[in-house]
Design a protein around this ligand. Structure first.
Ligand code: ZN
Ligand code: ZN
Length: 66
């Protein structure tokens, strides 16, 4: 009548859920287009700030038209 014998420490590791993408420094549109190193400053990164460009951060979408 022992049903729960070795059923104790098998429920510990439950960290195999959804894959979390690596945290990469987000580059703004301008830096991305020019392949510049964006410092990720907000609301305006260094490059945009220096040139007086509007800095836009857009989330990465699945499909990126080239
Ligand atoms: Zn930038
Ligand atoms: Zn920028």
């Amino acid at each position: 009548m022992s049903s729960s014998a070795n059923n104790e420490e098998q429920y510990q590791s439950n960290i195999d859920g959804p894959k979390t993408p690596k945290r990469t420094p987000m580059a703004c549109q301008f830096c991305r287009g020019r392949k510049l190193k964006c410092d990720g400053n907000k609301p305006s990164c260094g490059n945009c700030d220096r040139r007086g460009y509007p800095c836009n951060y857009t989330p990465v979408s699945a499909t990126s038209p080239k």
